[in-house]
Design a binder for this molecule. Structure first.
Ligand code: ADP
Ligand code: ASP
Ligand code: MG
Length: 546
């Protein structure tokens, strides 16, 4: 009998022996390319005693499915089919989000509970019960299995009722209660996906990530404690993988070392997937979503946006940080140190190769790779010629925003130091300005600091590309194109890494700015033919005839 601890050592040893080759596969010849990477004849496939699936180790893939991918019974059936096909040649750990829209409704229920509106809360829960019941009816033909899942769901819903009742009674929504209420969606969807797999003959077990991901206690934005997470997730998951069972873990949630449930932040299931990928030394993490990969811009804003075939961790992290919703901003953190490739693929078009995110990105080519934008922001300016003479304005400004727990998204300072401009989320703007006015009250009254002003309705547009450093004229072309379209630039920031250029425009100009720059750099055209046609034949899903 191999203990989980021992299994972990075996897995880790095995990973070290075969991983470098798997990871150095170039993505330019299609997506996961199961047949190439894990070919029966591969010299790297070393039989190792006690590995997770008998004597021949299968590659380990963590596959995360987002809210739209598990949005209803027919979507879950598609997801189950993708997992079933992949499980024939890989060990799979699945991470699921709540069904689309469910987390929003739960957060609304939590807010209404705090307001004491028990009727509205009951209506939301009634709708959620119906929604999940309907999926059970369609997805699970066996009456016994249906009843088992229904019992499980009833217990989760009862927990939700009690949490909301407590909040209604106290008229206070603690961060801890908010996390527990908003986590219910993932706790409901994981058993549904596991049941859909079992219906297809794939042994699966739903697992709450409170058993796997150990976090700090920063409710609503928790971060993992990776050493404990490694221990816990390997102890829990390796024995299942060795038995050929597919663990279906809840995304989005974790627990402190004391066992208190936490959440990783909105959209955090992507992060759950890379956390588990790193904790298990996986060969790949695949984020399955509702678009064909990481696109050259948000397709809702730039209709001509195209899939980027390969991108570096760094570029993907910049895009995620500056608003590309397809990845949670922290997703790359977990895999950056271990170099695990990350894929972004479309659940509804699994024949598409998707985007591969690798440590270095493609070796050839540089310049602008993709664009992103964050809207609904505010600009705070601390300024006036007098501030040159006020000692430590910068230091005091940033200690004040830190104390106010305001995330500053972009900073720009005029060369004369007359102005410091900070871009923050609109929802935090008023209270940040108040904090700054308190901090600089004396300087304002002596007119050393002339003004602290607030401009609402601005957006940050970011141009991302790793090798922009070596290519002259990118800034000039960007601003030239914007000038021709009469888009006024309010502030600019370029990091010393030259991996991104960000600038601030009026909210109403955001879309025009994106479309104009996209056109200027012909991003749609460049990415239009990401892979040679013949390479698609080696695509994992294509091979597996999903
Ligand atoms: P999921 O529910 O699968 O987590 P999300 O809605 O969180 O999916 O993220 C996917 C969405 O992100 C896409 O439908 C798309 O509208 C949006 N998006 C924004 N920017 C990009 C981009 N650069 N590439 C791909 N999708 C993007
Ligand atoms: N369900 C959570 C949310 O809507 C997490 C996720 O979907 O990634 O934010
Ligand atoms: Mg998401």
């Amino acid at each position: 009998m191999i203990t989980p601890q021992k299994g972990r050592v075996v897995l880790a040893r095995l990973e070290n022996r075969i991983k470098p080759d798997i990871r150095s596969q170039r993505p330019s010849n299609g997506a996961a390319r199961a047949s190439e990477i894990f070919s029966e004849h591969s010299p790297q496939r070393v039989p190792v005693e006690g590995s997770i699936s008998g004597n021949v180790r299968k590659p380990l893939r963590v596959m995360k499915f987002g809210g739209t991918s598990v949005g209803d019974a027919s979507c879950i059936a598609k997801v189950a089919e993708i997992i079933r096909a992949a499980s024939q040649e890989s060990s799979i750990v699945v991470v699921v989000s709540a069904m689309a829209g469910v987390t929003n409704k739960l957060i609304e229920a939590a807010r209404l509970s705090e307001a004491g509106d028990s009727k509205a809360v009951a209506t939301i829960f009634e709708g959620l019960r119906k929604q999940h019941d309907a999926v059970v009816d369609v997805l699970i033909p066996s009456a016994v299995e249906r009843n088992r899942i229904r019992r499980k769901m009833r217990i989760i819903f009862q927990e939700g009722d009690r949490l909301c009742e407590g909040t209604i009674l106290l008229r206070e929504l603690t961060l801890r209660a908010r996390d527990s209420i908003s986590s219910l969606g993932e706790r409901l969807s994981a058993p549904l996906v596991a049941a859909a797999l079992a219906e297809r003959g794939v042994p699966a077990e739903a697992i709450e990530a409170t058993e796997l991901v150990v976090t700090d206690s920063d409710h609503g934005a928790a971060d993992p404690r990776m050493d404990l997470t490694r221990q816990q997730s390997q102890a829990r998951l390796v024995p299942l993988l060795r038995l050929g069972t597919v663990p279906v873990a809840t995304g989005f949630i974790g627990a402190t070392a004391e066992g208190v449930l936490t959440t990783l932040g909105r959209g955090g299931s992507d992060y759950s997937a890379t956390i588990l990928g790193a904790a298990l030394d996986a060969d790949e993490v695949i984020i399955w979503t509702d678009v064909d990969g990481l696109l050259t811009a948000d397709p809702r804003l730039v209709p001509g946006a195209c899939t980027v075939p390969e991108i570096s961790y760094r570029e993907a992290a910049e895009l995620a940080h500056f608003g590309a919703k397809v990845l949670h901003p922290k997703t790359l953190r977990a895999v950056m140190q271990c170099g695990i490739p990350l894929w972004i693929r479309n659940t509804f078009a699994p024949e598409q190769p998707g985007t591969k995110v690798t440590p270095t990105g493609p070796l050839a080519g540089g310049g602008v790779k993709a664009l992103t934008a964050i809207g609904d922001l505010a600009m705070i300016t601390v300024g006036g010629p007098g501030i040159v003479g006020v000692p430590d304005v910068l230091g005091r400004t940033f200690s004040t925003t830190a104390a106010a727990r305001t995330d500053v998204l972009l900073i720009s300072q005029s060369s004369s130091q007359n102005n410091i401009c900070l871009i923050v989320s609109s929802s935090l703007a008023k209270h940040t300005v108040e904090a700054l006015r308190r901090e600089f009250a004396q300087d304002l009254s002596h007119e050393k600091v002339e003004h602290i002003t607030l401009d609402t309705a601005v957006a940050i547009v970011t141009v991302v590309g790793q090798n922009m450093r070596g290519i002259s004229g990118i800034v000039g072309r960007t601003f030239g194109a914007l000038g021709r379209e009469n888009v006024n630039i309010i502030a600019i920031a370029q990091g010393s890494s030259e991996c991104n250029i960000s600038f601030v425009v009026a909210q109403e100009d955001m879309k025009a700015a994106l479309v104009t720059i996209h056109q200027e750099f012909q991003l749609g055209a460049e990415a239009a033919s990401p892979f040679p046609q013949e390479a698609l034949g080696t695509n994992l899903q294509h091979d597996l005839k999903v």
